[in-house]
Design a protein around this ligand. Structure first.
Ligand SMILES: Cc1cc2nc3c(=O)[nH]c(=O)nc-3n(C[C@H](O)[C@H](O)[C@H](O)COP(=O)(O)OP(=O)(O)OC[C@H]3O[C@@H](n4cnc5c(N)ncnc54)[C@H](O)[C@@H]3O)c2cc1C
Length: 426
């Protein structure tokens, strides 16, 4: 029996390009990538990559290039609406000691630049403007067809095409509908040269809760800050398509500056004054409605597996989107290694049984991350002024206790960031 020599990849985002690089390097498998967009995307805000993801980027030889483009900002500092600093926490104090890796914030476009230029150096082909129309399996082969009349055939198909995945819709799980989480982010990236001096010296993710959402600002690259406003917005029944949301997005952002400045009220402190300035100086804002894939859905069928956001998109409030995709890639590579070693041995496990084992390992992990992300998202929901004040007091007290008792040094809440996917066995 022949092993898997060619894996077709649909989707040229972080999961797709990382998969092609890693499978080519570790499994000696050729991986053409088919991407629906006409060119590498210029969209996206900044993404966080904690210790577990950075360790994998290091193993792929990409960590230094990412570090050079992004910023290491593992401190989270909370400010009250009146402007007082309520406390701070190093989000990776313990996992950094365990793994040697901290927390990177990087523009999504910079992350994609590093991945795409490495793919180009390593001769991984990426074909653009490829809209998938059909998937067929026959005699241990998978064939994909595109709207331009072309097709390709491989030994396996990896769906890395994000939350609105066509591989999932056409083949793996047509009944799965991504769910809107009720929360949307509005964000912008700004050069610090256009901002008040206080914005240039930011060295952490700074956040402020309001009764209508959470505002946060952080450095994202050399002399670039990223700010976002994460708030609850109800989905109108008539607008349940992606396009509808984009249209609503335009309307939403038009009012944003006024809404946000009003939310800050008449507070007069250096912090709140800086926030007002940053919002007023912002000219372009983007709208990002947050969807998730409901847990418990199938991820594989025959010779096809979906990974990354296509399988388990989750809200970004735990900063694990990229890292979960990287963990998927490493575990799938280990599955292929195991599969090829066991081919033609009397006790060899079928590909189907290996995929089931892959799914159960990854579901345990990604569902844990989804719960964390949803818990972190709750604080962004609408609340009364009284509830906001109670939350501020609870957070301020919680942060003080966390630091005073040394819970950060014990790794409370950071265990999942020191997890190593390469410890998993088939
Ligand atoms: C444009 C964009 C902006 C984003 N911005 C942010 C952000 O600001 N903050 C954040 O935390 N996360 C953001 N994300 C999500 C984050 O990048 C992902 O959670 C994470 O990187 C997982 O990557 P992925 O490769 O699984 O999915 P994605 O990053 O969604 O990549 C999927 C890729 O597949 C392509 N694709 C989609 N459908 C098809 C198809 N039918 N055929 C071929 N290709 C297809 C997409 O164009 C994309 O390149 C963004 C995603 C996208 C696509």
């Amino acid at each position: 029996m022949k092993g898997i020599e060619k894996v077709i990849i649909i989707g040229g985002g972080p999961a797709g390009v990382a998969a092609a690089l890693h499978l080519q390097e570790k499994n000696n498998i050729s991986c053409p990538i088919y991407e629906v967009r006409s060119e590498p995307t210029t969209l996206g805000g900044a993404v966080g990559i904690p210790s577990n993801g950075l360790r994998l980027l290091q193993r792929m030889g990409l960590c230094d290039a990412m570090m050079a483009k992004g910023t290491e900002t593992s401190m989270l500092r909370l400010h009250s609406l009146k402007g007082n600093e309520m406390g701070g926490i190093d989000m990776v104090s313990w996992s950094r000691q365990q793994t040697g890796f901290g927390y990177l914030r990087i523009r999504r476009t910079d992350l994609m630049d590093v991945l795409s230029s490495t793919a180009s150096k390593k001769c991984v082909p990426i074909y653009f403007s490829k809209r998938l129309t059909n998937i067929e399996e026959k005699d241990d082969k998978v064939t994909v067809h595109f709207s331009d009349g072309t097709s390709d055939t491989g030994d396996f198909l990896l769906g890395c095409d994000g939350i609105h995945s066509s591989v999932r819709k056409l083949y793996v799980d047509p009944n799965c509908t991504p769910q809107y989480t009720g929360i949307s982010n509005v964000f912008s990236l700004l050069p610090t040269s256009e901002l008040p001096p206080a914005a240039s010296s930011l060295d952490a993710l700074h956040a402020t809760l309001t009764s209508d959402g959470m505002f946060a600002i952080s450095p994202a690259a050399h002399e670039v800050v990223y700010w976002f406003f994460s708030r609850e917005i109800t989905m109108p029944e008539s607008l349940d398509t992606r396009d509808g949301w984009e249209e609503r997005g335009k309307k939403e952002v038009d009012n944003l500056k006024t809404i946000f400045v009003n939310l800050l009220g008449d507070a007069d402190s250096p912090w709140v004054n800086m926030l007002r300035d940053v919002v007023r100086k912002t000219e372009v804002v983007k709208f990002y409605p947050i969807f998730k894939i409901p847990p418990g859905r199938p991820w594989s069928k025959g010779r096809c597996l979906i990974i990354g956001d296509a399988a388990h998109a989750m809200p970004p409030h735990a900063s694990q989107g990229v890292s979960m995709a990287l963990e998927d890639v490493f575990l799938f590579s280990s599955l292929l290694t195991h599969h090829s070693r066991n081919l033609n041995t009397p006790n060899s496990r079928s590909l189907e049984s290996l995929l089931q084992s892959y799914e159960s390992k990854r579901k345990l992990r990604t569902e844990q991350m989804l719960k964390t992300a949803e818990r972190n998202g709750d604080i962004r929901k609408k609340k009364t002024s009284l509830r906001l004040r109670v939350n501020e007091l609870a957070l301020s007290w919680g942060l003080r206790v966390y630091g005073a008792v040394g819970l950060d040094k014990m790794g409370i809440g950071q265990g999942p960031l020191a997890y190593d996917i390469e410890d998993e066995q088939f």
